[in-house]
Design a protein around this ligand. Sequence first.
Ligand SMILES: [Zn+2]
Length: 456
Amino acid sequence: MPVANPVVEGMDEAELLGFVSRAAVAAVRRAAATSPLYRWFYARTDLRPERLRTLDDVRRHVPMVTKRDLLDFQRTLPGGGATPADPSVRQLHLTSGTSGAGREIYPRDARDLAGLGIPGAYEYLWAGLAPGDRLMLTIPYSQTMAGPYFQETCAAAGLVPVNAFAGSTADRLRDLYRFACAGISATPSYVHRLTLEARAAGRRPATDLPSLKAIFLSGEPYGAAWAHDTAAFWGATVCEGWGATQTLGVAMCTCERGAVTADGDGTPRHAVLHGLDHRCWIEVLNPDGSPVAPGETGEIVVTLLRPSAQPVVRFRMADKVRLLARGSCGCGRPTSCYAAGTIGRVDDMMKIRGMNVWPDAIDAVLLRSPVVDYRGRVYSDERGREAVDVTIAFAAGTPPESVADLPSRLRQAVKQAVGISVDIAVVEPGQMPEEQFKSRRWRDERAVRAVGVADG
Ligand SMILES: [Zn+2]
């Protein structure tokens, strides 16, 4: 069994929980004493950090923080947090997407950056990658944390990054072979697209790309059957990591057993994500703030246990996951356990081509006179690319000549507002299907969400 951290992996559950408990209490005290954000936030509460002793105390007495709280605090800072103020800051990481609420800015100091790639190394080493192995990276390098993070994960695990974020799918497929990559890191949607491209090119990676050991998924939920078929086609273990800007990298990841396993009758089923509990305390909570029971789904709430230029204490991630009982994996590691493939948004946010897209933001563009309603669909096109089509209806009696160029103008406006391209078609208002809830305007028909990829 590969070992990434003999100390933590050698602990029993009680030892690890004891460590997490002490570290979480210390993290709250540190944030309350030194972090401008938490000093501002806790000043509005009666929190007494010196009285906290146990995880249960933290759970009961420390208020949770949301993205909105952080954004409110940012607005009190010079330049909304973007203006240089602290000379110890070495990088600024923005969260991705445009919820309309804004993007959080995370300052990083030298210590944050020195340890930036370490959590990713757990994921790679547990999957069986070894120093010198090549890992293809496809996630774009921008002002978010993803670019520097993935580079550093390679450095931490001794891997050679193959930076493919600027290439076409054909370029990436060629380079997987050319550099004899041992791993690829991508979203499920992108892996699906690459699978279709490889099939179309007559590739048989399970036999003609023997270097490939693992596929590292992140960013979206996916079906067990799809993961099973993807593993078979590539002849590689399908793995998964979940992390965020708030958690300074991966906070849960699969072990050598991968993200998908089979029941007795061969039916694929999601396997286990291990919490990196010694780095990040993960809670899975009901909407009322009570912890969910194993087997249930709830919102992920994180507390970063290591010191950071931006401490994170009981931060509500708006991501959901299905909690599993400790020991669910069978590998024997003492960590908390979660169901792979099940992490999605608790709100109705959609992740499309790596962009966070909220239906509200599209409503704001489309739902204006003379448009009375619309329906959207996200799907995988014949080449596996994520595509979006939108059907709009005009108010009855709208003169056709007055709206002739409206679809193309709306297309541009959507692109400007949320950063994605959509195809727009027009129907009569009567042809629009009735839906009760606003979020039901959207359907997600992407291939990785559903059944397996047919082999052929
Ligand atoms: Zn395991």
